[in-house]
Design a protein around this ligand. Structure first.
Ligand code: THU
Length: 169
């Protein structure tokens, strides 16, 4: 009976996300091209001897600074950290309270060419969301493989709907 009652009262929530796709880096606004180039530079220094998958991140800040990150792996696998979190925690550590204005990400295997856009993992989305919620302005995320198309999400919320944040605590 309960399940029938529940079925009768069923309401649905539809979640829609719109992402923009750029054909290549050269189609991005100039400042984002520069940011993506910094992500590519950062990717070169990733420490990924186990996965052979290198990720670079660059975050622009409202004070004009840019912070970078890359994935740092560890022989004790879970002790490593993704590029996005290295970058965003660096921003939080060095420039606390300064707004993040955009994030550029590039990722790919060292063993084959990666041409598809690689989105940030769930844990990184959650970590980035903390900063977006705190600064109450959206942080656009641009992500790509090594080459090829670049996808833009206008907000972390577009990549992680139903965000868990401190308002629930
Ligand atoms: N990685 C990132 O740096 N960011 C992501 O969003 C996904 C995965 C790293 C973690 C690990 O070093 C390697 O890529 C393979 O998972």
């Amino acid at each position: 009976m309960t399940s029938i009652a529940n079925t009768r009262n069923l309401k649905k929530i539809k979640i829609e996300t719109e992402l923009e796709v750029f054909e290549s880096v050269s189609n991005l606004p100039e400042d984002i091209q520069e940011l993506m180039n910094k992500a590519h530079e950062a990717r070169k220094n990733a420490y990924a001897p186990y996965s052979h998958f290198k990720v670079g991140a660059a975050i622009s800040l409202a004070n004009g600074e840019t912070v970078i990150g890359n994935n740092q792996e560890n022989a004790a696998f879970p002790s490593g950290l993704c590029a996005e979190r290295v970058a965003v925690f660096h921003a939080g550590a060095q420039y606390p309270g300064v707004q993040l204005t955009a994030i550029a990400l590039t990722a790919g295997s060292t063993q084959h060419e990666t041409v598809v856009p690689i989105p940030p993992c769930g844990a990184c989305r959650q970590s980035l969301a903390e900063y977006e919620v705190n600064q109450s302005s959206s942080i656009p995320v641009y992500f790509m493989g090594e080459t090829g198309k670049v996808v833009k999400a206008q907000s972390i919320k577009d990549l992680l709907p139903l965000i868990f944040d401190s308002s629930y605590l």
